[in-house]
Design a protein. Sequence first.
Length: 559
Amino acid sequence: MNETDKPASLNFIEEIIEEHLKTGKNDGRVHTRFPPEPNGYLHIGHAKSICLNFGLAKKYNGLCNLRFDDTNPSTEDIEYVDSIKEDIHWLGFDWAGREYYASDYFQQLYDWAEKLIMIGKAYVCDLAAEEISEQRGTPTRPGKESPYRNRPVEENLDLFRRMKAGEFPDGSKVLRAKIDMASPNMHMRDPILYRIIHEHHHRTGDNWCIYPMYDYAHGQSDSIERITHSICTLEFEVHRPLYNWFLDTIDIYHPQQIEFARLNLSYTIMSKRKLLELVEGKYVSGWDDPRLPTLSGLRRRGYTPEAIRFFAEKVGVAKRDNVIDVALLEFSIREDLNKRAPRTMVALNPLKVVITNYPEGKTEEMEAVVNPEDPSSGTRKVPFSRELFIEREDFMEDPPKQFFRLFPGNEVRLKYAYIIKCDKVIRDTGTAEVTEVHCTYDPESRSGMSGSNRKVKSTLHWISARHCIPVEVRLFDRLFIKENPDEVEEGKDFKSNLNPDSLKVITGCADPAMDEVKPPDKFQFERLGYFSVDPDTTAEKPVFNRVVSLKDSYGKVKN
């Protein structure tokens, strides 16, 4: 068996599932769910969870539900619901009509809460949030029981029903589970089940003014939907005893919670709270700002769903938290676009080249490849004329020894065209800046002709000055200057690590064919990187976003 023919090794979640299938647990079913909170936009970390949950269901011929944890109306909005569904579909997954909401189960969750009260496992507490936190203790010091912990069942039922009826203001009462205030697990110290929130809910309107906490709603929602494997990120490992306690105490169908390491990415913030702070503080242009790790931002920048799925697969499923180098994400999109993106030539910082021995008014059409990685893509025609633009960085008047591009007396090849030699430099009389380079060309050196085998040390891209069109190009860089954006000096926060050069907007010169582009077309600007057409594009002004550079080489001297 060849190395490439060997089956991929199983991750630890797949090992658990296969053991369950072998023993007949869950009657051979595999049923997962993706449970986002509709209080923000999905980011690359959620993409890993989406790929995992939907991927496991597909692999084992099972099902995956989409369930919104809409238990806090003060932070939720239908805008987020719609964006989440759009992102999941864009990634290539579908829930096949199994779209559920925790709010679908509000009555059942309430009934189970009354059951907990009636069996002496829940009580209404009048302590303020600060008092509950104080009396919970510390990991090394037991908590203190609430003075309301031993209220009679009848009184707790009456108060809870009056909470539901809207008789009490926000924050005045909560329903707590009666577990163990001395438990070494802080989450087991009489956690809150319900709190009062007089807010309009995006689905249930004003029918409810008490809302379940995530820890209470999550496991019971899994149970109602007959989920077999409730896959969570690692921070929920300490919540698992509580997940199990609710299901066992209420005595209902019991899924298995399994935790895996969440995705942490270098130079990136994943906290929804901090992302919201960037959006609301206008540090970025919105949730779809191409510098953000949101799926809408990555999509606008030019990332493809195939690249993100490939990235998620490469990251894998681990039991321990670690930080993934953002270079792996950049590698993933390069690999994808290298195979699919048509090539074109664009000068981002143009410098005029005049070929003095080329006939004035003459135009030739040079044959260029569309994509060398895809032989079926064919060729394209590129106009060539006496006056061209090259990249300013490709010329130096007094170059270092290892600089092989254009300089006085040196020859270079213009890609798909001729060899030219630099003869003269023209300067601005006021600033002394180089404004033109005069060259001569070798008519026998055209690519594809018999004389084209003459060797030179460098090949440059170029644009015909007479035919080119102006394009707006947005050069995005990493949003943060530190690998760990939360690593800050005392008295500062993560925003002090924002990269002031994370976006530069320039006007470049492009192949005339670029006037027909539309979002989300993607191209490789030869020798510069991969670029995607932005939705801001109009018929008068094409707009491109830099998706990623070529081999991390943008801005560096290349021969």
